[in-house]
Design a protein around this ligand. Structure first.
Ligand code: GLV
Ligand code: MN
Ligand code: MN
Length: 436
């Protein structure tokens, strides 16, 4: 919807504009009821019925804000508040509302609801922007139920075809496509191809640095690269009693050595290397059978792509060595690879300028986690805003963040968005108090 005429425009004091932190918090707490877990977290895996209920709630709020809603073929939701020039490229913000199995209330949800809070704030003050402002809810960011991680934003950025996404299967054999259709969120809007002025994403840090340094805002300059693997160890099922120790082909022993080696590998690439085995299925999983088959995952990350490639080589050497030593077969497949990314200097600057103008203690940082912003950075000027989370703990039900920090981050988001959305004629001095 095109906006025109009166109201509080850039020429007025949008520099004084602030989000309603209490309203943001209430929305976060209400969304967290859907899939709430006993320890105060959330389990709302991508494309489950709980995800549908979360989407329904958030989409209702976005619609109530007056935004026009579109859903694309990957289930990504876009809610647009029109500007003076609806043909102008949109300033996009957003994140995801799918969670880990033992996830928290803030990972992803904060970025979406901070975007909603920006729309509500612009409405309350009757601000007219030049560019449309769009809030996106990206599908399957977590990569927990379906690989690839950041699948919806990846498709939007042209990294994956819709067909590729729809074919991916969860551990029970249900495809992404079947699950998306079942919750009624396969939309008809084209995937990607939107004109974008910029993308900003607010997120909790998910690590300990901001809290440790008593900073409120992380000005995010880029993100680590990651590689994901599926690994299958094959030996032979045999009786736990009569089978002599030297005659066994124990797939779990191979997997166990790999777990140790993966940890040691990351330690060799300290302080920035990370490596994790997060999933394992043991077959036949019977206490008196030597396991003949184990599948496991490996997640490796490093901010330097060459170091990450070196970690990849070490992982493959380890798999070969352990398999030979124990008489096992090891099938190691890389299933996802996201190179390290650098965000856009002007968008980073918009975040930094808004943060300074708001008088918030901050530092620059590189994200250790994957975010939809990583794929958006391939097609639009992008940056991110981090706020502290308690004890740096995330992907955990006890994940926590302070309301005043979430509010501060949303104010930075508001002013970074305004710096790009008000339009070149009026942005200077109007959106972030001081754009010098
Ligand atoms: C997403 O949460 C990731 O960093 O793996
Ligand atoms: Mn996230
Ligand atoms: Mn996450």
């Amino acid at each position: 919807m095109k906006r025109s005429g009166v109201g509080l425009t850039a020429e007025h004091a949008t520099g004084a504009l602030r989000v309603d932190g209490a309203r943001l918090w209430r929305s976060l707490m209400e969304l967290a009821q859907i899939g709430a877990t006993p320890k105060g977290g959330v389990c709302r895996l991508a494309l489950t019925d709980l995800d549908r209920r979360g989407r329904d709630l958030v989409m209702g709020w976005l619609r109530d804000s007056g935004a026009s809603i579109e859903i694309d073929g990957a289930g990504n939701i876009f809610a647009t508040r029109g500007g003076r020039d609806d043909a102008a490229a949109a300033v996009l913000t957003g994140s995801h509302i799918d969670t880990q199995p033992s996830g928290g209330k803030f990972d992803g949800n904060y970025g979406v609801l901070a975007g909603l809070e920006v729309l509500r704030t612009l409405n309350d003050a009757d601000v007219v922007t030049m560019h449309p402002v769009t809030v996106a809810v990206w599908t399957n960011e977590e990569g927990s139920r379906f690989v690839p991680v950041m699948g919806g934003s990846g498709a939007f950025a042209g990294v994956y075809t819709l067909e590729h996404l729809r074919q991916q299967r969860d551990i029970d054999g249900i495809s992404f496509g079947e699950a998306l259709d079942a919750i009624g969120y396969a939309g008809d809007a084209p995937i990607g191809g939107r004109k974008l002025e910029a993308y900003f994403e607010a997120h909790i840090e998910q690590g300990p640095i901001l809290e440790r340094e008593e900073k409120i805002i992380g000005v995010v300059t880029g993100a680590l690269g990651l590689r994901w693997y599926d690994c299958t160890w094959t030996g032979q099922d045999s009786h736990a009693g009569p089978t002599p120790m030297e005659a066994r082909r124990d797939a779990l022993l191979g997997a166990s050595r790999m777990v140790e080696a993966v940890h040691a590998l990351a330690m060799r690439h300290a302080p920035d290397g990370r490596a994790t085995v997060g999933c394992m299925q043991v077959s036949p999983n019977s206490r008196n059978v030597v396991p003949g088959r184990v599948t496991m995952t490996v997640d490796m990350r490093h901010p330097d792509d060459e170091r990450l490639a070196a970690m990849d080589r070490e992982l493959r050497d380890t798999a070969d060595f352990v398999a030979r030593e124990l008489g096992l077969d090891c099938d190691l497949q890389q299933v996802d690879h996201v190179p390290a990314s650098r965000f856009d200097p002007k968008c980073i600057d918009a975040v930094r300028t808004a943060t300074r103008a708001l008088g918030l203690a901050h530092r620059e940082m590189v994200s250790g986690a994957g975010h939809d912003a990583i794929y958006l950075a391939r097609i639009a000027p992008t940056s991110m805003i981090f706020v502290p989370c308690k004890d740096g703990i995330s992907h955990n039900e006890i994940e926590d963040a302070r309301p005043e920090h979430l509010e501060a981050g949303a104010n930075v988001l508001l002013h970074a968005i305004l710096a790009r959305a008000l339009g070149s004629d009026s942005a200077a001095g109007a959106s972030g108090i001081d754009h010098g």
